[in-house]
Write a protein that binds this ligand. Structure first.
Ligand code: UT7
Length: 333
């Protein structure tokens, strides 16, 4: 008898109403709609109103998730929240979301793995289902990147936006998470980092003046490592599971740059019709991109669809997860 799989049985997302377009950015830094769109594929991103915080988006998405799946919040055992922009330095945001949605029997914790956070959280959460420890686990991925972006730095401010997605994991006999290949390389800290605001360099007037509490990225090397890291781990999980390109229904790549997505697709020889993307209108929402993509494409998903999620981000962290889809997405509203 094969063991029970951890299947995604519902998905929901939330993006704030306020838009920041390329034309808005033209007024803020020396850039152009033409440069941004041709170099990244992004036209606009969403920005959360100040003072709301990550758990506001978490509450919206998880409430929708519970409603869609007909789940009583009191049945939820665990909430894992992947984010680098929680409401507070501490405590975690998973338990703030649990409080807001009335998941009074759940415990939660956050995972900090930047753009790969959703993959890390999904892999972790799946183990609690596979072992039979818990019945209902919610995986949240999202970020309020506008809270840590330097809007005077044209190399980073044009990429990132705010948004969050969530999935419900439950046991399933046939479909669910099959395999994962997760990687990390701590030397990536030199290329993608918020240098201040942590214990190594606590926030001070000096760090505020030097803007070191905001995102710093050396984009070129990150671009190359992202292509290599996503392509190689997709190949690894496909090889291990005997999958050909024809077998795979969808590839869901992290949405950092449309040129990265196109290069990964071309290196793997996947037609773009099989590759999910939503970067044009949302930008890079860090831990939010994968669940938001799945949410957007839900109506096209069918039981047994073979899906590969892949991401690369700060740390460096990267990896791929292979799963089979568990329900008919066209029947969801
Ligand atoms: O999600 C987490 C992981 N992050 C990523 O995967 C992001 C990876 N990196 C990237 O997506 C790209 O490297 C960027 C979008 C960040 C930058 O694109 P690029 O094609 O690598 O540009 P570049 O950094 O090589 O810069 C090319 C030129 C430079 O000017 P010079 O030195 O050639 O005169 C930049 O100063 O473009 C300039 N530039 C801009 N010009 C107009 C950089 N940003 C902008 C801008 N508008 N916003």
């Amino acid at each position: 008898m094969s063991k029970q799989k951890a299947a995604i049985t519902a998905v929901a997302g939330f993006v704030p109403e306020d838009k920041l377009t390329n034309f808005d950015l033209e007024k803020m830094v020396e850039t152009s709609d033409e440069w941004i769109y041709s170099r990244t594929g992004i036209r606009e991103r969403r920005i959360l109103k100040k003072g709301l915080g990550l758990s506001y988006m978490g509450e919206k998405a998880v409430s929708k998730l519970l409603e869609k799946s007909g789940t009583d919040p009191k049945e939820v055992d665990l909430i894992i929240c992947a984010t680098i922009t929680g409401d507070y330095v501490f405590p975690d945001s998973a338990n703030q979301i649990a409080l807001k949605v009335g998941a009074t029997n759940a415990f939660g914790f956050d995972i900090s793995a930047a753009c790969s956070g959703f993959l890390y959280a999904l892999h972790t959460g799946s183990k609690f289902i596979e072992t039979g420890t818990y019945k209902k686990v919610i995986i949240v991925g999202g970020d309020v990147m506008s809270s840590i972006i330097d809007y005077t730095d044209r190399t980073t401010c044009v990429i990132f936006g705010d948004g969050l997605g969530a999935v419900l994991l439950e046991a399933h006999d046939d479909y669910g998470i099959i395999d994962a290949e997760l990687k990390a390389d701590g030397s990536g800290v030199d290329f993608l980092v918020a240098r201040a605001g942590g214990s190594r360099k606590p926030t001070s007037q000096e760090t505020l003046d030097s803007r070191e509490h905001l995102v710093y990225q050396n984009g070129g090397p990150v671009f190359k490592r992202a292509v290599q890291g996503m392509s190689s781990t997709v190949k690894e999980v496909m090889g291990r599971n005997g999958l050909t390109n024809d077998d795979v229904t969808w590839v869901v790549p992290h949405q950092a740059n449309m040129r990265i997505i196109n290069t990964v697709a071309s290196q793997l020889d996947f037609p773009l019709e099989k590759v999910m993307n939503n970067i044009e209108l949302l930008g890079n929402t860090t831990a939010g991109t994968l669940p938001l993509c799945i949410n957007e494409y839900e109506s096209q998903l069918r039981p047994g669809d073979k899906i590969i999620l892949t991401a690369f981000g700060g740390g460096f962290t990267w990896g791929s997860i292979y799963l089979t889809w568990a329900y008919d997405g066209s029947l969801q509203s």
